[in-house]
Each structure stands twice: as C-alpha cells, then as structure tokens.
Design a protein around this ligand. Sequence first.
Ligand code: EPU
Length: 430
Amino acid sequence: MTYYKIQGGTPLFGTVTVSGAKNAAVAILPAALLVNGVCRIENVPDISDVRLLLEILADMGAGIRRLSPNTLEIDCTRVHDAEASDALVRRIRASYYLIGAQLGRFGHAKVALPGGCNFGPRPIDQHIKGFLALGAEVTEQSGYVIATAPETGLYGGRVNLDVVSVGATMNIMIGAVLSNGTTIIENAAKEPHIVDLANFLNTMGAKVSGAGTDVIKIRGVKSLHGGFYSIIPDQIEAGTYMAAAAAAGGDVLIQNVIPKHMDCISAKLREMGAKVTEYDDTIRVQRTARLHRANVKTMPYPGFPTDMQPQIAVCMALASGISVVTENIYDTRFRYCAELNRMGASIKVDTKKAVISGVEKLEGCTVHACDLRAGAAMVIAGLAAQGETIVEDIQYIERGYEDLVGKLEGLGASIKRIEKPDHSAAPAAG
Ligand code: EPU
C-alpha cells in the first residue's frame, strides 16, 4: 500500500503552480482520434488518468511523443478502426469519450463501460440520447456500448439534455464534429472544460460555436487537421489549494489560474473570512483568523462545483458556527464525512445534506480516500489537523492531482509519500 504521511498544524506559505485541467484533458485526448495529423498539446497534466488514456490511444495505434513532462504530440492518423482495450477502458470513467470519438472517426464504436463509482451510479443515458439524435443506432450488450452510424454517416441533430451533463455535452460534441450536418445541443453544460474542448476542436478545423452557453451548435466538417493547443488550468486543482490555504491558514499564491473560473470558490472563501485577491493569472489566499460558517449548494457551472464540495467541507469543519452543504449533482457524495468525523469533525449527513458544526481543531489519525476529491479533502484535513495523519488509498488522489506532495512541500507542508507496492486495481472514478 502507498500512503501519504502528513504532520499537520502548520500554516502554508509560498507559491504553487496549477497544472492543466484534468477534465479537459480526458476529453481532448480521445478527441485527438478525430484528427488527421499531429496534435501538439501543451499543459497536459501528468496524472494517472491521463497516462491511462495515453496507453489506450497508443494501444489503438496512435503515435505519442512526450516532448516535455506536460507537452505531447499525438498522431492518430494511422489508427485504423481499432477497438480500445477493455482492461484499460474499464479503469477510467472518462473512457466514455471514446464512444463519441470512435463513432465520429469510424462510424461505429464498441466501448466497454466502466462500472459505477464511489459516489453512486452515474448513467450515460444522455450521451446515448445525443448519439441517437445524430442518427446512430446504440445498444448496450454485456457491458459494452455499441454504436453504429447510418451508412451515409452521422447527420446533424437537435438534442435537449434532460439533465445538465458535462460528459454528455462533450461526448455529443465529439461525435458531431465530423457529421454531415448541424447539431444543436440544448441545456448544455457550461463548465470551462467544455469551452476548452470546443477551442481544441476548432483549432483543429471544427466549427463549434456557443460553448460556454447552454446552446451549442456544431456544424459538421469533412476532416480535422493537426495543430497546436494548450489546455486551460485546472479549476478544481486551483480550488483545492485555495481551500488548503483557508483550512490550514497562511498566505498562498496560486499561479496559472483563470480567476474568472474561480469566482464561486473565491466568493465562498471570502464569505468565510479568508482574504482572496485576484491578479491576471494568479490568486492569493490569506487566512489568519478563524473562518466563519457558510452554506454551500453544489450546482452546474457557474455554480459551486460538486468537485470542490469535500474540500470546502473541511474549511467548514473548522469554522465557527454551523454550516450546511447541499449536494445537488450526485445522489451521495458524503462518504468522506465519516472519515472527517474520525478526525474530530462534527458532521451529520442526511442524504443530500451535510450539517457541519465547526470544531476548534481536528486531530490526525489514519483515514482513507473514498474518491479523488474526498481524498484531496483528507489531505487538507491532515494539513490543518494537530499531529500525524495517514491518508490511505491515494491511488484515487493521483488520478487527478499532479505532484500533490511536491507542490504542498513547496508550501512548507510536512507531507511524505510512503511507497509500499500494491498491485490491486482501483475501481473507476473521476
Ligand atoms: N447524468 C445522467 N445521465 C447522463 C449523464 C449524467 O443522469 O447521461 C447525471 C449524473 O448522474 C449526475 C449529473 O447528471 O447526477 C451530472 O453528471 P455529469 O454527466 O455532468 O458528470 P460526468 O460527466 O460523469 C464530470 C466530471 C466529474 C464531475 C462532473 C460534474 C469528468 C471525467 N468527470 O463527470 O469529475 O464531478 O462532471 O461536474 O469530466 C472529478 O473530477 O472528481 C469528477 C468526478
């Protein structure tokens, strides 16, 4: 088993640089399958989810060159109708983007479905609704999604999403780019990574407009060409360091951020008493006095992101007064609260709500990461707590945070990654 050992109770000081956005990268890399030519992509986070996707693409015949730790060249020109490896696909939820990419490129797709995840079932009916609107036939058979375009190719369609879904919006966009016609996605998600995927596709010759609003229009083109693209900074990674500074205290400059993407998180931390100052591409978070209570309701962008819910809950666990967190995106995403309670927090969970009575201090102990963001919350709790915290199951954390330990050490934290090889595979997440 590999775990993090944290000696907490020390404020954080210094500068940390945010990596490229995980949830943009995990869509852009499969979308490179649509491109005839070399895509040079910068600011690719070096995280295990990305490494896995690159392995999947390489296994399908893509040429991949790493020019630097975060710059890649991907050439999918020679990929011919390859199926993605089941064993690899099942290990990452974002492999659902291979359905849109294979369907768009080859006219048919067969992709193994990843299982559920640690915060409940996550259906893909809205993705399928979109592919049907593009004229595809879609069936689910023995754990696979099988999608086939009409002989004349996918055509444009209009799809009104029943739920605002990040994954469905991006998957339909990927599927529609090379279709014969115009596709309209209504009630589309508006997250920054949706705009980033549209910008990537447009750089390679696609015609996508409206990304970032709730109506996206995709005019199909005959082919995409190679090009150069740089992935946006990760909103949630930035928010995680902001929450860490607020919970542990100190003065942290977070660089390589787009402050506009952070508005909701910055506003909440200010409401709780932290000082948040925005510059062009940096944000400074200072916290000297105890935080105050607040309430949070998770919502699709530009609302408060569900992926920041566990991290802000740690700040609330240490704030004065009673805070309420309402989770509106997933049926359950509060399993981590039991772990925080073992550290001395006082949280009562009632299905979609967590009522958090702030305590003066948390005490270090052994906790485990239930999923990626819950794991980040455990690390933040460990940094803020008195004494030693061991965070287990860090394979979840390393799916989405590049060099978390190095970055926190750079802020003066006492955190070590202790390696004991473990060969069991983690269930899909993210
Ligand atoms: N939903 C459906 N049907 C669908 C798709 C979604 O009912 O076909 C529901 C989901 O069950 C959920 C809601 O719609 O209740 C929103 O789900 P969404 O599709 O937006 O989530 P996702 O695309 O599966 C991505 C991120 C998640 C992040 C969510 C919400 C990736 C790979 N994952 O998931 O990221 O929580 O959007 O913003 O982009 C993470 O990074 O830790 C993470 C879990």
